[in-house]
Design a protein around this ligand. Sequence first.
Ligand code: FES
Length: 454
Amino acid sequence: DGTKIEDLIKVDTREVQMRALSDHEIYDLEMQRVFGHSWLLLGHETEIPAENDFIVRDMGSDSVIVARGKNDQISVSLNVCPHRGMKISTVDAGNTPIHKCIYHGWAFRPNGDFLASPVEKECMHGTMMSKAELSLEQARVTLYGGLIFATWDHEGESFEDFLGDAKWYFDILFQRSDKGLEVLGPPQRFVVRANWKTAGEQSAADGFHTLTLHRWLGEVGNYAKSGQEGGADLSPEMIGVEVSSPHGHALRCIDLGRKIRKLTGLDPDVLSVDQKLDALPPPGVTREMVPQLKRKLSEDQLKVLVSMPPQVGGIFPNVLFAFVYIPQSDGTVLGLTLLHAYVPKGPDQLEFVNWVLAEKDTPQELKEKMLRQSIQLFGTSGMVEQDDSDTWPHMTTAAKGARGRKSTLKYQAVYATGAPEGWPGPGIVNEGFTKDDTQWHWWLHWHELMLANA
Ligand code: FES
């Protein structure tokens, strides 16, 4: 309708035009300009532990084969046959030394190298291309805490630069143990009829919605039973330190002492670092693993971990992480580590992918409990994310309306506090009750990529 990309965002009033959530043209552009240039989460290396294991995932609107080849090398190949464009792998996962296209039989190695075609002499007669040119297009790949990230931008910034200041905090979560993390079972996946950005911007540490949409969390079950500070009132959970990033990443850090008092009844003020880690350990971390944490993390990172650890946030553009503590009926507390990716499947559809992660050293019995409770809460038929999955489609539909598309999303709750005194971490840091800053930075980065990669 003539609106320029520049005008989708009003910086002075912190508004975003709602048509950004529904327009086909914008979707097509962001597949190139945002998803074509960002590092994207595809899975975890423990999903493909053996040579020739593979999973099929999406990078924006493109299907890719993520495979472990020789020498433990993980490759990400465009899942499009260079012959006539057939999708090469039509399954979700498997193990094979050869990926063979079912159309005319061209065959490829797990690393995407062209291997051969049937009746090659006749089929390839007079070919003008080398085998290297007939190989599958490769994405640039990196592993971070075993998480597999890839980008199509071979000349773009390193993964480290992409994380920027947020890496200091993410390392506390994903790089704190000797053996690292593993996924528990395959990810749960389901489709939501909503634009990916409805979930993407929420993943940038939206706190306000928890107070209303997930209010029941404070009203039912064990969570409410543990509510010694006012039962259904979740607002204390929204007080903490929020970190925004010029790259669109976001974190909310929550007072661990308050949680220790609430969930265990202990007085955090008299506890040592070790006692705090013992009282409410990071998810899956056992007493035996505490020395690893002290070795892997800097003194300042450890200080944040035992005082104001990151609890929820996002990795731009479409990943949410959450560290959740669930009170158990026997009085203990179970910590869970979750990662969600909101994979675009068209302007009004996303695939919700939910990974449950644990430290490799977490005892097996505890891993099974973590997986069970994660599925009950966050899986396809879970309780928490189903609230969101009902909200996002309504926003997407509203953004298609003749008037609705011209309405705006508003991010006008602004921090003016700055970091708490002595805060050791980098980034754009603010303390207090949650605001809109983290999500606003998410939109600013989206806008920057939409303009920069034209
Ligand atoms: Fe794949 Fe022809 S399209 S072999």
